[in-house]
Design a protein around this ligand. Structure first.
Ligand code: PRP
Length: 223
């Protein structure tokens, strides 16, 4: 049995067409059913629905053989395990080119970020992406106090909790609706296929087959 871990929401929606192109059809709808293990048209393949941040953990410990997760989640996970996906026991064979977005720094429309940075002020930055934010500001030589949040980062500058946030931006609508402006583009993000390195040795043929099928599906989608 091959177990694939997916997260609910945007990544799941974007993954379904890719799965279909790779020959896998999910037979249950996670939005309608409360089932957390979904069956597929392939008797040897099942899908787990977990929180996005738990996908690398399931794959690392072998609860799933492979998974699909955002590069943002992967970088944050790897930071706890020596800094790279490989040191976390994960093999990252493919950029799936889905759920594309970016990680940016945003501030309240009336906050003068340029001057604050130029003057060497210590910035209070709220984020879920602590490793990415720490690395980015360190590379700029900007001193920051990082405040870890788990969601709704946009509230932090509005309430005085922080001067800036580091968050995902897709359409930019959430920033706009909350009177925030993007002041730095840190990196582009997309979803990646990750595979448990030990499983790849034990179940080489089916996993290689799936990785190749995903690779072909990505090529087809971008053609
Ligand atoms: C992400 C991100 C922003 C929003 C950006 O949140 O944290 O809030 O999407 O998208 P936009 O630029 O298209 O408005 P998500 O909905 O993934 O939930 P989260 O708050 O749990 O991270």
């Amino acid at each position: 049995m091959i177990t694939l871990a997916l997260s609910k929401g945007r990544i799941f929606e974007d993954t379904l067409p890719l799965l279909r192109a790779a020959g896998i059809q999910v037979l249950d709808d996670p939005e309608k059913s409360r089932k957390l293990i979904l069956t597929t048209n392939q008797p040897g393949v099942r899908v787990l629905v977990v929180r996005a941040t738990d996908v690398p953990t399931y794959v690392q410990y072998g609860g799933a053989d492979l998974g699909i997760t955002g590069k943002d989640t992967l970088i944050e996970h790897a930071a706890d395990w020596g800094g790279s996906t490989a040191s976390a026991g994960l093999y990252e064979p493919l950029d799936l080119q889905i759920a594309k977005c970016r990680i940016s720094v945003a501030v309240g429309a009336d906050f003068d970020y340029e001057s604050a940075v130029k003057q060497g002020s210590r910035l209070k930055v709220a984020t879920k992406y602590v490793a990415i934010a720490r690395e980015f500001f360190a590379s700029k030589g900007v001193h920051v106090d990082l405040i870890k949040l788990y969601g709704s980062m946009e509230l932090a500058p509005l309430t005085g909790l922080a001067d800036a946030i580091v968050d995902l931006v897709s359409t930019g609508n959430t920033l706009k609706a909350n009177h925030l402006v993007e002041v730095e583009h840190i990196m582009d993000i997309s979803s990646r296929l990750i595979v448990n390195q030990a499983a790849l040795k034990l179940k080489q043929a089916p996993l290689r087959g799936l990785i190749d099928a995903f690779g072909a599906a990505v090529k087809l989608a971008s053609a």
